[in-house]
Design a binder for this molecule. Sequence first.
Ligand SMILES: [Fe+2]
Ligand SMILES: [Fe+2]
Length: 191
Amino acid sequence: MTTDNVTRPNADVVDILTTDHREMTDLLAQAAQTSDPEQRRDLVETAIAEVMRHAVAEEMYVYPVMEKDLPGGKEEVEHDKQEHDEIVQVMKKLENADAADPEFMGLVQELDKQLRHHADDEESDQFPKLRAHLSGEQLVEMGDKVQKAKQLAPTRPHPSAPHSELFHKSVGPGVGMIDRLRDKLTGRQTD
Ligand SMILES: [Fe+2]
Ligand SMILES: [Fe+2]
């Protein structure tokens, strides 16, 4: 298990997930700014890993509570999970694209747009409902679970630090990274 990311005790799940959203789009913005394809790939792979850790943690610990406790929660979760799948499809295209190819930045922009839309849905709709229907204690408890789930996958020590090596050591190189990361996080096994 990596200890790269700092666990924040008593953090509310909504604060954690909202900070995650900012970090993902910050990484993509950094990828758009660099002219070095290697650094661009590294930043995008870090963003992909962040998105996967975040999405899996949400699906494991947050969405089930939304389904159970929020009015209309079942429909909202269905919609959110579909958007997660669409995000995964674009990330898979990025996984196979050449970072030096102009097509790569087109895909990064597409991913950025999808992430912003999805984060906006959650932050303006589902998260306020969570805060309204759950106690502070429940929100912190969920925050702990989400932070623990996210630590099962590697992350970067700093947004600017090269990350691929650590990431590939833990998850494996090349095609199929997203599937292997999802399996690693959910505890499933693939060979
Ligand atoms: Fe989500
Ligand atoms: Fe989210």
